[in-house]
Write a new protein. Structure first.
Length: 462
């Protein structure tokens, strides 16, 4: 495997995760022998999760062993019970998150070419069964992968997006536990014993106890589950490749949001719809979007105006053109003007800053290139001062080309203006009438005509 990834020469530095148990000791021992034959340089990483009192002594044992074998080591401690409480998650999940964050940061500090962990074939079988019992899809049933790119295994390090980090490798993934234990005995290795591996309060422990029973039906169960995981991993990769082809035209990814083209999503095959929603959620840091929530989104896609939370870290709004997924506190800096105040009095002539790069310009001369964000008004028909304001209950106007008076709310709906933009959409008005729904339609009573004596131009400019 190391040769396949060009990691088998002394210019490469490998970070090896070592708990002190039999699996990681086998991995480190094999790597030291390869190093002696001209292989890669090594660095040990060990994390005390702060769960068991004997873990401190185990950390010292790993440090001693690494020194004996001539391998530098980085040791650290994290209060995983406190992390689990803070993030409202179980100990195994919190421990895994802390462990991979530690490995990622250590790998970057030492300049590792790859990070190696000691998961083996039995671990893979347990993982597949765990995910099967939880009703996982392809992403879960493919189990663990032999090689995982930096951006997939070290999400906590994405705060440095321009920095590419090392891959995570599992060289022992095809080797069953019994072969590793035989190697331990043959080489006289002395691994530490972690009693939590036998604690039945953990689901993985209970699954581990189930494997021998299932093996009565198929003695090659571990290998069979490994093959199943590989087949499903290949199927998953194909689906992702199909999504890759449509993603550039499907999604707009920004700071705190992903906007999916609604009609394009609706026209995708069901499998790609689900994967597109998962990918959008993952861009926003949500990697465990449940099937229940995904199906709720799929049901909502046909109902413009629907809004709801997808857990505590994600929200959805269904717009006419897009499905907008966003993080809590996200405030879109729209490419259209939005008012932060209820009303703004406009000088005539003059300029008023609106924020987010927009300003309102009132002038007598026409702009060089008028567009939909400019309107020419008959100054003699305007009663009172001009104001730019938000909509109010009961607002009505007489849109140019329309049959008569219309509610502003109904007009916005008919124009398919996204709901999130309506309340702050700028309306040009006098104290007694609405003159112009900026960028959309003017009231016919106030437009300049060939007989107009005095024209005022009002524009919203970015």
């Amino acid at each position: 495997m190391l040769r396949r990834y060009h990691l088998d020469h002394p210019e490469v530095l490998l970070l090896v995760a070592v708990s002190g148990g039999p699996d990681s000791l086998v991995l480190l021992h094999v790597l030291t022998r390869l190093r002696a034959q001209g292989g890669a340089q090594l660095h040990v990483a060990h994390l005390d999760h702060g769960i068991r009192p004997e873990a401190a002594a185990e950390a010292q044992y790993v440090a001693m062993l690494a020194a004996t074998w001539g391998v530098p080591a980085t040791l650290a401690r994290r209060d995983v019970p406190a992390l689990a409480k803070a993030h409202a998650e179980g100990l195994p999940a919190a421990a895994r998150r802390a462990r991979y964050h530690f490995l990622a940061s250590t790998a970057m500090e030492i300049g590792a070419g790859a990070v190696l962990v000691a998961h083996h074939a039995d671990d893979q079988a347990e993982t597949v069964l765990l995910h099967l019992l939880r009703g996982a899809g392809l992403a879960g049933l493919r189990g663990m992968r032999e090689a995982v790119s930096w951006d997939a295994w070290a999400p906590s390090e994405r705060s440095r997006p321009t920095q590419d980090g090392p891959a995570l490798l599992r060289p022992l993934l095809a080797i069953p536990r019994e072969q590793l234990l035989a190697y331990v005995a043959h080489q006289g290795l002395e691994p530490v014993d972690d009693p939590s591996n036998r604690a039945e309060r953990y689901a993985r422990t209970r699954i581990r106890q189930l494997l021998p029973i299932l093996a009565n039906e198929n003695p090659q169960l571990v290998a069979a589950l490994g093959r199943t995981a590989q087949i499903l991993a290949d199927d998953y990769a194909f689906i992702q490749s199909q999504l890759d082809q449509v993603w550039p035209d499907l999604a707009t990814v920004g700071e705190g949001f992903v906007a999916l083209q609604r009609e394009r999503v609706l026209n995708l095959p069901l499998a790609l719809q689900r994967q597109a929603l998962r990918r959008a959620a993952e861009h926003l840091g949500v990697t465990d979007l449940s099937l229940t929530l995904i199906e709720a989104v799929r049901e909502a896609m046909s109902h413009v105006g629907r809004q709801f939370q997808l857990g505590h870290a994600l929200a959805l709004e269904v717009e006419y053109a897009t499905l907008l997924l966003y993080q809590p506190g996200y405030r879109q800096t729209a490419d259209v003007p939005q008012l932060s105040n209820d009303e703004i009095h406009l000088p005539v002539p003059g300029v008023v800053e609106l924020g987010n790069g927009w300003r309102c310009v009132v002038q007598e001369e026409p702009p060089p290139e008028p567009d939909a964000w400019w309107v020419a008004l008959d100054a003699d028909r305007l009663a009172g001062s001009l104001i730019l304001r938000r909509r109010r209950a009961g607002d009505r106007f007489r849109p140019v080309g329309g049959p008569g008076s219309r509610k502003v709310q109904d007009f916005m709906v008919d124009r398919k203006l996204p709901r999130r933009l309506r309340d702050s959409w700028p309306l040009l008005a006098t104290p007694t009438a609405i003159v112009w729904l900026a960028g959309l339609r003017a009231d016919e009573r106030f437009l300049a005509s060939p007989t107009t004596q005095r024209t005022i131009w009002v524009g919203l400019v970015s």
